[in-house]
Design a protein around this ligand. Structure first.
Ligand code: DGY
Length: 325
């Protein structure tokens, strides 16, 4: 099969620079110009009819989609997280799956910092007040928030993104760092002198003023932050989630925010997104972003180009650099 005849399906609209490259290299590529999500049946058809499928986090690819007679041999996910793809089932079906780590580390870490600052300093509340014409002027007790500088940051998952957040918080805001990760990271890679590794999630929750989540979604991490663990957090603490929505029990989080078990939450990801429960949307102490973690133009272009690099390696018979199945 030649690149000219290769049937490549791209499930969402990608940055134009990357789409131009795709068109140039694979004339038979199917792009999604109106950006409508595919849905299960269209994804099933893509796996049966296309050689290559390039999905994103908004596509669900469970085991049943990898059953039967598939034409697809390569699934190149646009994104680092891949808990929306059953990679074991893909592997059993002989489908190679890749992701895009590394290129979105800084953008996502910046988003975690944005959420920390916004929720601690009540920036969302203030912005809504100004836009609604409700601001009555400066006063000493207006929208008093929490300090960020010098408070303790707890990191759950000290991979690339967790470490990038820790470095920003420590070197930029003088924050001591405590973290849990089942795998011991290389201290030089973390880059935070005196970052304290502890043995349990609970120890991080109890020691931190801000807890930031950076573990993969799915599997053992589903509802990792539940009612019992929220209760272990400090009453003035904030929970930040730029990882995956299913890591947090949403109902328990809403209850904790309503009762003041914790002071606030900054969220970029949601279980069942894009649906966000009304009860969460109504909470003033929650800052809610629409999964913007990697959403800078250079990062989104780099993600697309990395998908292409993986695909090129696969087509050339080399190991794709970011193979996950
Ligand atoms: C990622 O790369 O995992 C982002 O969350 C988008 O999927």
């Amino acid at each position: 099969m030649t690149a000219e005849s290769l049937r490549v399906v791209v499930t969402r609209r990608w940055p134009e620079e990357v789409q131009a490259e795709l068109r140039a290299r694979f004339p038979a590529v199917e792009l999604n110009s109106d950006d409508t999500p595919y849905g299960t049946e269209r994804l099933r058809a893509a796996l049966r009819e296309a050689d290559v499928v390039l999905p994103t986090v908004s596509d669900r690819l469970p085991a049943e989609l990898f059953e039967g007679d598939l034409r697809t041999r390569f699934v190149g996910n646009f994104g680092v997280g891949y808990n929306h793809i059953d990679v074991d089932a893909a592997g059993r079906a002989g489908v190679v799956v890749t992701n895009t780590p590394g290129v979105l580390t800084d953008a996502t870490a910046d988003t975690a910092m944005t959420l920390m600052l916004m929720v601690a300093r009540r920036a969302g509340e203030g912005e809504r007040e100004v836009r609604a014409g409700r601001w009555t002027g400066w006063r000493p007790t207006h929208l008093m928030g929490s300090e960020v500088t010098g408070r303790t940051l707890g990191v759950l998952g000290m991979g690339r993104i967790g470490a990038a957040v820790a470095r920003r918080a420590h070197h930029g805001f003088g924050m001591p760092v405590v973290y849990f990760d089942p795998q011991e990271p290389d201290a030089a890679t973390v880059g935070v002198p005196d970052a304290r590794r502890v043995e349990t999630v609970e120890e991080v929750l109890e020691a931190s003023d801000f807890v930031t989540l950076h573990m993969p979604g799915g599997a053992d991490n589903t509802r990792l932050i539940d009612e019992a663990r929220l209760a272990r957090m400090r009453p003035g603490a904030f929970l930040i989630n730029t990882a995956r929505g299913d890591v947090v029990d949403t109902a328990a989080l809403i209850a904790a925010l309503e009762k003041g078990t914790i002071a606030g939450a900054g969220l970029d990801v949601y279980d069942g997104e894009p649906d966000v429960p009304a009860a969460l949307r109504e909470l003033p102490n929650a800052v809610l972003l629409p999964h913007l973690g990697s959403a800078t133009r250079p990062t989104r272009v780099a993600m697309g180009m990395l998908v292409l690099e993986n695909l090129t390696a696969f087509l050339d018979g080399r190991p794709p650099p970011c193979r996950v199945a």
